[in-house]
Every structure is written in structure tokens, then in C-alpha cells.
Design a protein around this ligand. Structure first.
Ligand SMILES: NC(=O)C1=CN([C@@H]2O[C@H](COP(=O)(O)OP(=O)(O)OC[C@H]3O[C@@H](n4cnc5c(N)ncnc54)[C@H](O)[C@@H]3O)[C@@H](O)[C@H]2O)[C@@H](O)CC1
Ligand SMILES: Nc1ncnc2c1ncn2[C@@H]1O[C@H](COP(=O)(O)OP(=O)(O)O)[C@@H](O)[C@H]1O
Ligand SMILES: [K+]
Length: 565
């Protein structure tokens, strides 16, 4: 899975590359600017022509020839602004008409940003951001391209109101192509949260760019919260930091050097990069069944059903576990729901369970190697069943997925639940359930983010996993998964990967079943959670509008076929 960095990790890699003597900051800035220009031209091929290029409207795609293409570049006071000056120079060299604006005092620019400001000044003028704001008020923004190079990884506090307003207006101006350099200005690189003024007034505008071009690796903020929405299409360009990164990664293997190096690196589920395959337990290997295998070789999942009229969620989970490849799936069904469930299932088996004695007897069967507890179970039943199941399975560390009512049942005493958990358990809360188990962490997540790095979903889920002593998966368009060992990954179902059709009743139950089925197949908890989420989103994308939860398991064969072919 592709690595996802924090601002500090990115800075450390850059500093290490410069300190090694392999590259200078100025060269990195030049490569960054060139990378942005290349990515712009790759994203909008209609801009990819030279001096005789003409002006046109973004919405229409084609660019009439005759007039030069027009770019507006808004630079900030640091190195993100420095990248902006490089971009302005490179576009100008291609024959574009480029206007450059600066937020900040040119006399206070330093280092590579100052160098590139000076180089630009030999080619054109630099106006104040206030000039741009005035022009916007008078005539809107007539340009082919707007480049946001105000703030990048150095953002520590909210944008001044005038810039926030301006970016909101630019983003709303659908005739201009918009590109953010490194990350949309105003977004905290580590959390993806839009930093906000301490004073609640006025409201901060949310700018959404067409394209964000970042360097070396995606950052956490590109894949979570407002940052994921603001980024648009994310392009990652190579600026030659791989050697420095590899050297630091090697040092990461030495625990005593960990703090001095990169610390724990998060991952982007299902994405590859040079160093990492899509999944480190190969998905194709998990899905394949060997020619001589029999059903008991592929695990036996047990899903606990709720009482009559509440059995649908467990049936969805069971179907998900079966479709994802568990050899057998059994539903443990209360007596009053037996006929209801029996009328609905075929390949899934049924075990009558009326009371804790039955549950305990059933759990003696050591072939049942993965349990799913919670979907549609009812809080009262969950409160009695979860301790029985967890106490009985703790010694053997049997895999357990706890979802929905199995989480809500412990709202009054989360520590009672945490005391029963072990590293083969996975909790799959949505934000409401997360709030019930981890109210203090949820509170930090909803607090107004005024300073960077702001408290992030990554931080919250890592703390939760540490506290619970098991894998925690916080659901949402940006699903974050963390293990108690400190691994953290994100599945961003946003922009070209969006799957909003998953926001439908029962889709979370299917996800719990997917993860249970993968664990029955022997996939370790963290990997099962990552794969399950990714496959769930793939099914959602394939199905698109009209999706209902019942469709998700049935889509798996198509997703698998495309992976295995
Ligand atoms: N780290 C790297 O490897 C590279 C970084 N580059 C560029 O450098 C950028 C980072 O540069 P900097 O560290 O100079 O940071 P920025 O350019 O993002 O921010 C500049 C400075 O503005 C101040 N500031 C922060 N928030 C503010 C606010 N709301 N209002 C007013 N001032 C504020 C801070 O003191 C900050 O250091 C990256 O985003 C990227 O664009 C590239 O040139 C190439 C390589
Ligand atoms: N807008 C969205 N984009 C992508 N995935 C989403 C979106 N909204 C919800 N989901 C996913 O759909 C599932 C919903 O689960 P949950 O909230 O538990 O619903 P239910 O209890 O009805 O099953 C989760 O996996 C969540 O990540
Ligand atoms: K920016």
C-alpha cells in the first residue's frame, strides 16, 4: 500500500536529502515547479501547446488558438510561494501570459523562495493579493488557469479571511481551471481539516480545486476530511527524494533511531508505490482457493443474529462472509427468529441459540474460527453475548468482529469491553458508535481546528486502537483503520474513487461480514480490515446509483474476477 506522509515526515526527508549533499533546496523547488507544470499539462491536454496557444473556457475543453493562454498565480510567503514563482516562470517560458500575485511582503521572502521571486521579477511584475481581490470584485477572474501557491505543508493557522473568501470565489468560478500546489491552502496537511479562525465569524469558504499536485508521496490531509474534498484529482510527482526516503526507512528498522527518523508511516489502502504492493498479504492469494482444498480449509464464520424482525443485518453480514470466501458460514439464531431466517437463507447454515448456555456450547466448536457480533443484534442481547463470546475465545485469540449493537452495548462502560478484547478483534464503528466508546477522542475530533497540526481521524483511531488493544476501523468516506501496534491506514472513497452509494442501510453490516469472512480465511486482523474496506468500496463503485446493501456481496465475484484476471 502506498505510503502517506505527515508534513514533518516530508520535511525530514527533504532535509535529509539536502544534508546528504545529493540535492539543493533550489533544485528541489525547481523540480517541484516543473512537476506541477507537467501535471497541469497532463491533466488538461488542451493546454499542451506552445506559443501560438489561445485563450479559452475550461468548461468547453477545447482552447481556441490566437491569444496566449492566461495563468494567475497566487504565491504565499514561504516555499509554497517559491514553487509558485517557478511555475510562473516555466509557464511564461511556454508563451503563457502570466500574472503573479503575492500574499505577504516581498522584502520578507527568504532562501529559495526569494531566489525564485527574483528570477520571476526579471520576467514580469508581482502584484499584491489585494489587487487580485479588487479585480475579482470588479470583473471576476478571466483566466485559463489559477494556481494556488499560498500555503502548503507549512500552514499552521487559518487563512486570513480575505484569502479564504478569494479561494472560495475562485473555486466557484467554473470557467477557470484550478490547481493547488502541494495541498489546497487552508487545509492542514496532517488532518485534512480546514483550519479556522478562533473567532467563529465569519464562516470559512471551502475551496475545491480541480487538481492538486503534491510531491513525492500523498499526505494524510489529501485523503481525509475537507482536504479530500478540496484536493480534486490528486497527482503525485517525483522530485527525486527516493534515496533519502529509503535511507530513513532503513533507520526506521532500528527502534532507537525511530524518533530521530520518520516515525510510523501511514498507508493508503489498495494503492501501490515503488516500495509497496497494493496489499502486503496479496489479495489474489487470499481469494484463490487451491484445487485440492475443501470447505473446512477456508474457515468457518459464525454470525450472531438478532431476534425476530431484526435478522436482516446478520443475514447481510453472513452473506458477505460467505461471498468473500469463508468455507462455511453459520448464523446463530434465537428461537423466535428461526423460521424467519430459515425462509431466507440457503447456503448459510443455521444454529439455534436460545440463551447463553446454547451460545457457550456452540462456541466450543473450534472449527468456528471467526465471529461476527453486533449487526441487528439488539443492545440487550449484545450485552449478554459479547462477554460470553469474548471470554470463551480470549484464550485461543479467535478472530472476532464487533459492530453496531455490540459496540453500543458498552457505551456506559467502554473499559469493560476493552478488558475483553485482544489483537485478533476488530471494532467497526461509524462515528456515532465511535463517540459512544471513545467520547473524549470524538470530542477532540469535532472541536474547532484553529492550529495545525489539527487533531485528525488518524490520531483518534490510533489512540482508540491503543486503548482498545485491537484493530479499530472508523467508517466513512475516509475510513481510517489502526492497529494497537501503531499501524494506520486510510481508504479514501473520494473523487474518482468515490462511492457515495454506500451510504445506504445495511452496507456497514456487509462490511462487517466481509472482514469476518477474510479473517475466517486466515487474514490477520489489520489486513482483513483494510482488504474488506477496499473491496466494499470497489463493490460500491461498480454498482453505482441504485445500490442497496443486498447487492454488495453479489458484486464480489465481478470485483474478484477483475483482480484475478
Ligand atoms: N518539503 C519538501 O520536500 C519540499 C517543499 N516544497 C514546498 O515548500 C512548501 C512548504 O514550505 P514552507 O515550509 O515554507 O511553508 P509554506 O509555504 O506552506 O508556509 C509559509 C509560512 O507561512 C507561515 N504561515 C503559516 N500559516 C499561515 C497563515 N495562516 N497566515 C500567515 N502565515 C502563515 C508559516 O510561518 C509558514 O512557515 C511545500 O508545501 C512545498 O510547496 C517544494 O519546494 C519542494 C520540496
Ligand atoms: N459517502 C460515502 N462514501 C463512501 N462510503 C460511505 C459513505 N457513506 C457511508 N459509507 C460507508 O458505508 C458504510 C455504512 O455503514 P454504517 O454507517 O454502519 O451503516 P449501516 O449500519 O446501515 O450498515 C460504511 O462502510 C461507510 O464507510
Ligand atoms: K497551496
Amino acid at each position: 500500500m502506498a505510503e502517506v506522509l505527515t508534513a514533518a515526515q516530508m520535511r525530514r526527508i527533504e532535509e535529509s536529502a539536502i544534508a546528504s549533499g545529493a540535492v539543493t533546496g533550489a533544485t528541489l523547488m525547481e523540480r517541484a515547479g516543473q512537476g506541477v507544470v507537467d501535471a497541469i499539462l497532463a491533466h488538461w491536454p488542451e493546454l499542451n501547446h506552445s506559443e501560438d496557444a489561445g485563450s479559452g473556457m475550461a468548461g468547453e475543453g477545447a482552447v481556441p488558438t490566437g491569444l496566449p493562454l492566461r495563468a494567475v498565480v497566487l504565491c504565499g510567503p514561504g516555499n509554497n510561494g517559491g514553487d509558485g514563482f517557478v511555475i510562473a516562470r516555466l509557464l511564461k517560458r511556454k508563451g503563457w501570459a502570466v500574472e503573479v500575485f503575492l500574499f505577504g511582503d516581498p522584502l520578507r521572502l527568504t532562501g529559495d523562495a526569494k531566489l525564485n521571486y527574483t528570477r520571476w521579477c526579471a520576467l514580469g511584475s508581482v502584484q499584491s493579493d489585494l489587487d487580485l481581490i479588487d479585480r475579482f470584485a470588479d470583473a471576476g477572474l478571466e483566466a485559463d488557469l489559477f494556481v494556488d501557491a499560498i500555503f502548503g505543508t507549512g500552514l499552521t493557522r487559518a487563512l486570513p479571511d480575505r484569502l479564504a473568501d478569494l479561494l472560495g470565489k475562485v473555486a466557484g468560478c467554473r470557467t477557470v481551471r484550478t490547481v493547488a500546489v502541494d495541498i489546497a491552502s487552508g487545509i492542514c496537511t496532517d488532518s485534512g481539516r480546514m483550519l479556522q479562525p478562533a473567532d467563529p465569524q465569519p464562516a470559512v469558504s471551502k475551496a475545491s480545486f480541480d487538481l492538486t499536485v503534491t510531491f513525492h508521496r500523498a499526505k494524510r490531509g489529501h485523503l481525509s476530511q475537507e482536504g479530500a474534498l478540496a484536493s480534486g484529482h490528486l497527482a503525485i510527482v517525483d522530485i527525486g527524494l527516493d534515496l533519502a526516503h529509503q535511507t530513513l526507512r532503513r533507520k526506521l528498522a532500528v527502534p532507537s533511531l525511530e524518533d530521530a527518523c520518520l516515525g510510523s508511516i501511514s498507508h493508503w489502502v489498495g494503492q501501490t508505490d515503488d516500495a509497496n504492493p497494493a496489499f502486503d498479504v496479496p489479495l489474489a492469494g487470499v481469494l484463490a482457493k487451491d484445487a485440492f482444498g475443501h470447505k473446512f480449509r477456508h474457515g468457518h464464520a459464525l454470525v450472531f443474529s438478532g431476534e425476530t424482525c431484526k435478522t436482516g443485518a446478520a443475514r447481510l453480514a453472513a452473506r458477505g462472509a460467505l461471498r468473500i470466501g469463508a468455507g462455511l458460514v453459520t448464523l446463530a439464531v434465537p428461537g423466535n427468529a428461526l423460521s424467519e431466517v430459515a425462509a431466507q437463507v440457503t447456503a448459510i447454515m443455521i444454529a439455534p441459540v436460545s440463551g447463553s448456555g446454547d451460545a457457550l456450547n456452540l462456541l466450543q466448536d473450534s472449527r468456528l474460527n471467526a465471529l461476527c457480533i453486533g449487526p441487528g443484534l439488539g443492545v440487550a442481547l449484545a450485552r449478554s453475548l459479547v462477554p460470553i463470546a469474548l471470554k470463551q475465545t480470549r484464550a485461543v485469540r479467535r478472530s472476532v468482529v464487533l459492530d453496531a449493537d455490540a459496540l453500543t452495548a458498552f457505551a456506559a462502560a467502554p473499559d469493560d469491553l476493552f478488558a475483553l478484547l485482544h489483537s485478533n478483534c476488530v471494532l467497526t464503528p461509524h462515528f456515532g458508535e465511535f463517540t459512544r466508546l471513545f467520547p473524549d477522542l470524538a470530542q477532540k475530533l469535532v472541536a474547532r481546528p484553529t492550529h495545525g497540526p489539527a487533531y485528525s481521524r488518524y490520531d483518534a483511531v490510533c489512540e482508540a486502537a491503543d486503548r482498545a488493544g485491537c484493530v479499530v476501523l472508523l467508517k466513512g468516506p475516509d475510513t481510517v483503520i489502526a492497529s494497537p501496534e501503531g499501524q494506520v491506514s486510510v481508504n479514501a472513497a473520494l473523487f474518482e474513487n468515490q462511492a457515495p452509494w454506500l451510504a445506504t442501510a445495511g452496507s456497514g453490516d456487509v462490511l462487517a461480514g466481509f472482514i469476518t469472512g477474510l479473517m475466517a480465511r486466515g487474514v490477520p486482523a489489520m489486513r482483513a480490515a483494510e482488504m474488506g474496506v477496499w473491496l466494499h468500496a470497489q463493490c460500491g463503485r461498480n454498482l453505482g446509483p441504485g445500490l442497496i446493501a443486498e447487492d454488495l456481496p453479489e458484486e464480489l465475484p465481478h470485483v474478484f474476477r477483475s483482480i484475478l484476471s
